[in-house]
Design a protein around this ligand. Structure first.
Ligand SMILES: [Mn+2]
Length: 321
């Protein structure tokens, strides 16, 4: 399982850790936790995280993050929580400076990358995998590491609400609380605090909402101009799709956001009867049964119609709904 990954880590000294762009709690948490664990055994560890929402700034790893690799080569790149190497928060040039590349992830994949991988689609979060790996390496988990692991496990399970939460998730969390994680502070900051601009973004999202198939599909769109006016950057613009999904009777929620560079990012959520990872993979993205995403390749009207048609077919094929 972890054997060959451990061997690669053991042989490496200079190690960069990277997760996906627009990092969520699991990306930030797993990268930070591994950073502290590897530092604690004397490795020359670094975290790459060129852009992130400032809501994560209170976490203990954030003051150590770097934008790029300042070496001509390094032993190992550890990739986390990213179904696709093009979505890693690292330039191609810096990626190619690594002598070895390994990956830990829990997304359904259309293809693999790196020299060795550990992928478990049935596990709650990359943080849960990283916890198991740190235990396997026999590295003691300190409070910084524990807080970061908790952050990823809590955020990726929707505060332990989603079906990816298992008894082992709770057992690990119990261990993390014994180490002293201040979970009320983490939950208050990440679940129960929003900026006023975010409230205004919710308003716009609701205003732009379109409803299809008797309310089974809810769709909304935000353009980059609106995000600019509200002073919301790409990293802070996430999460709107969850409000659409929460509405009674919704099977699939789709939220399209125009990024500052003009690309159209689609977030899909399902209440469980439709596998939205299949839709995302069809369009070149990836994800989980209940949460997935991709980037639109053509213009919005064309791509939106394709999306609505496919959701319509999947809703028809779903005998449970
Ligand atoms: Mn994750």
């Amino acid at each position: 399982m972890f054997e060959n990954l451990k061997e690669i880590v053991d042989k490496s000294n200079s190690i960069y850790i990277v997760a996906h762009i627009n990092p969520d709690g699991d990306a930030i948490g797993s990268a930070g936790a591994l950073y502290f664990a590897l530092k604690n055994i004397g490795k020359d560890a670094h975290i790459l995280c060129p852009a992130h929402s400032d809501i994560f700034n209170f976490l203990p790893s954030m003051k150590f993050v770097e934008d790029s690799v300042d070496k001509s080569e390094y032993d190992l790149l550890i990739c986390l929580d990213s179904s696709d190497e093009t979505r890693l928060a690292i330039s191609k040039e810096d990626y190619n400076k690594a002598k070895k590349v390994i990956l830990f992830d829990h997304h359904q994949k259309s293809h693999l990358y790196g020299d060795a991988q550990y992928i478990d689609e049935n596990i709650s979060s990359t943080c849960e995998i990283v916890y198991n790996f740190i235990k396997y390496l026999n590295i003691p988990i300190d409070i910084n590491c524990a807080s970061l692991l908790y952050t990823g496990m809590m955020t990726d399970t929707g505060s332990f609400n989603y079906s990816n939460t298992s008894s082992s998730t709770h057992r690990i969390v119990a261990d993390l609380l014994d180490i002293g994680v201040d979970f009320t502070n983490i939950c208050k900051r990440l679940n129960d605090t929003i900026k006023e601009s975010k409230l205004k973004l919710i308003e716009k999202t609701v205003k732009n909402m379109e409803v299809y198939f008797d309310g089974k599909l809810r769709y909304s769109y935000i353009n980059s101009q609106t995000l600019k006016e509200l002073n919301i950057d790409d990293e802070d613009a996430e999460g709107m799709v969850n409000y659409l999904r929460m509405v009674e009777g919704t099977e699939v929620a789709a939220y399209v956001r125009e990024k500052s560079d003009g690309t159209l990012k689609v977030s899909l959520r399902s209440n469980g009867n439709v596998d939205v990872s299949k839709i995302a993979i069809m369009f070149g993205g990836g994800g989980h049964i209940r949460a997935s995403g991709y980037s639109m390749k053509e213009d919005l009207d064309v791509e939106k119609k394709k999306l609505i048609d496919i959701v319509g077919v999947m809703l028809k094929n779903d005998t449970r709904s």
